[in-house]
Each structure stands twice: as structure tokens, then as C-alpha cells.
Design a protein around this ligand. Structure first.
Ligand code: DAK
Length: 260
């Protein structure tokens, strides 16, 4: 698929996806949702991509939300379709077999905050701002914000942000563990790539299993989740990466993983 609203650059198995609608502060319209969906469907099965970084173009906005111009005239059924598209995309990111890092380079509002929430790790530039301002527009978050925000930062803090629509800065977001790190804007992509490079050099099969175990386990009770981890731990021993990883350690050399 040719992308109109995305730029994709893949180097050393790290794909940097840049949402590129700077004239609307990278707001998510239907086409952008479709393009992101297409990118993630491909990345999931593409061995040439092991880590994805999602960012916004320009220095001002990561994503300023769902496109209000496009949303304004929606009927209830169209709004439901738009919400479903967004939900599918966010779930594809969350369940993508590869780690996904959000490099939040400015405003992450509404659907933009929800996009960041569906990623595995969030790194913010110092000028990043977060909010779920839907109540200002007479709606509620439509791409999972009521669910993922409360799971990530806890019910009380999430409800405060959702009720008030308050915008918080990167330092507050860090205090709430909404973001993993805050760095100067000029270091943002470099930091994300550094982190991605560390991950790319690990056993790809194990990295996939870690994501799967954490995500699925958090949706289970602890006994079942521990049992699930046990099964997945066992499965690692059927992989070539386990054999290579342990042999390389014993032979005191770097491992050469194949991702199987
Ligand atoms: N959509 C469309 N255009 C947007 C936009 C957005 N979300 N945000 C900004 N823009 C456009 C502005 O209209 C402006 O366009 P021009 O006037 O130049 O043509 C351009 O980007 C630059 O913005 P500003 O001139 O406003 O720049 P400022 O620096 O003054 O302000 C700002 C930056 C980010 C604080 C401000 O633009 C702003 O407040 N933007 C809106 C933020 C917001 O409320 N976003 C929407 C959140 S709600 C659902 C599905 C999804 C959702 C809900 C329901 N269902 C289907 C049920 C999700 C909703 C949301 O995401």
C-alpha cells in the first residue's frame, strides 16, 4: 500500500513510522487509521521489522487527536464505524508481535494519547503534552482511552484526566508513569532508536513471548497468568534462539539469533 499520511523508514530492522499531516497537527482521519492498520498488519508478519517506533511529523504534535473536522458531521452509525476502526488499530498495535515504542514529540491529545497508550513503551520529548479532552467536545474517548489509561495509571488519576480534560506536561506524565522517559526533543528519536537497537539484538522469539506473556497475563488472574508463563517458558526451549543463546553464553561469544 502506498501511504499518503505516513512516512515509513526501516533501518536495521527498526521501522520508524511518522504520521505526516502537519497541517492538521497529525490528527487521525479515516485514511490515516487505514494506513496505520495496513502498516501494522504487514509489520506483524515481516521478519525485516523487529521493533516499531511511532512518531509524529514536526516539532509540535505527536497526534492532536481524532480529526474533529471529519468527526463533526458523523451520524451515530458512522461514529460507531470510526470508533471500531480506531479500536481495531489500537488492538493491532497492542497485540503486534513486535515491540512498539511511541516517541511522543508534542501534543498527544484524545486519539493521539490513545495511540500512545496502545504502544508498549512511551518516550516523551520535554514539550510533549497529554490529555483526553473529549468531554470538551461532548463525547468520550472512542479508541480505548477510558480502558487503557485507567489500566496504566490507575482509576483515580485516569478519571481526573477524563473528567476534567486537563492537559498535563511531560514531567507530570512521567510522575504518573504514563511515560517511561522524558528527553530533550532533539534527543527523542535517537533515544527511541537506542532503545529499539537494544531490543533488536535480543532473541526475537523471546522478545515476542515477553510481550505476549505480559499482555495476556495482565488480562488473567495471577494463578492462570503464572501457569501461562510456565507454558511459554517451556515453549522457549523448542526454539533455535534458546539453543543459540545458551550455547553462545557458554562459548563466551555474542549470540546470533534467527528469531525461531
Ligand atoms: N482535528 C482536526 N484539526 C486539528 C485538530 C484535530 N484534532 N487539532 C488541531 N487541528 C488543526 C487546527 O484546526 C489548525 O488548523 P487551521 O486552522 O490552521 O486550518 C491547525 O491544526 C493548527 O492548530 P491550532 O491553530 O489550533 O494550533 P494551537 O497551537 O493554537 O493549538 C492545540 C494546538 C493542539 C492545543 C489545538 O489545536 C487543539 O486544542 N486541538 C484540538 C485538540 C482536541 O480536542 N483533539 C481532539 C480530541 S478528541 C469517537 C472516536 C474518537 C474520539 C472520540 C469519539 N467515536 C467515534 C465515538 C476521539 C476524540 C478525540 O481525539
Amino acid at each position: 500500500m502506498e501511504f499518503k499520511n505516513l512516512k515509513v523508514e526501516t533501518t536495521n530492522r527498526i521501522a520508524v513510522v511518522t504520521i505526516n499531516r502537519p497541517e492538521a497537527l497529525n490528527a487521525l482521519n479515516e485514511q490515516t487509521l487505514d494506513e496505520l492498520q495496513s502498516f501494522f498488519s504487514d509489520a506483524n508478519d515481516n521478519d525485516g521489522v523487529q521493533v516499531v517506533i511511532v512518531t509524529g511529523s514536526g516539532k509540535k504534535a505527536f497526534v492532536a487527536g481524532a480529526d474533529i473536522v471529519a468527526m463533526q458531521q458523523l451520524t451515530a452509525l458512522e461514529a460507531r464505524k470510526f470508533s471500531r476502526l480506531g479500536h481495531q488499530l489500537m488492538r493491532s498495535i497492542e497485540t503486534c508481535a513486535k515491540p512498539v515504542i511511541a516517541a511522543v514529540n508534542g501534543f498527544a491529545l484524545g486519539g493521539g494519547c490513545e495511540l500512545a497508550l496502545s504502544c508498549d513503551i512511551r518516550i516523551a520529548s520535554e514539550n510533549a503534552r497529554f490529555s483526553q479532552p473529549e468531554v470538551n467536545l461532548g463525547v468520550i474517548p472512542g479508541f480505548g482511552g477510558t480502558q487503557r489509561l485507567s489500566r496504566l495509571i490507575g482509576k483515580g488519576r485516569a478519571l481526573e484526566l477524563l473528567f476534567t480534560g486537563d492537559m498535563i506536561d511531560a514531567a507530570e506524565a512521567y510522575q504518573m508513569a504514563l511515560v517511561n522517559r522524558v528527553v530533550p526533543q532533539e534527543k527523542l528519536l535517537e533515544t527511541a532508536v537506542e532503545m529499539a537497537t537494544k531490543i533488536v539484538n535480543k532473541g526475537p522469539y523471546a522478545v515476542r513471548q515477553v510481550k505476549e506473556a505480559v499482555r495476556t497475563g495482565l488480562e488473567m488472574d495471577l494463578d492462570k497468568a503464572n501457569q501461562y508463563e510456565t507454558e511459554m517458558f517451556g515453549l522457549c526451549f523448542a526454539s533455535l534462539d534458546q539453543k543459540e543463546g545458551m550455547l553462545a553464553f557458554l562459548e563466551k561469544r555474542p549470540a546470533v539469533f534467527v528469531g525461531q
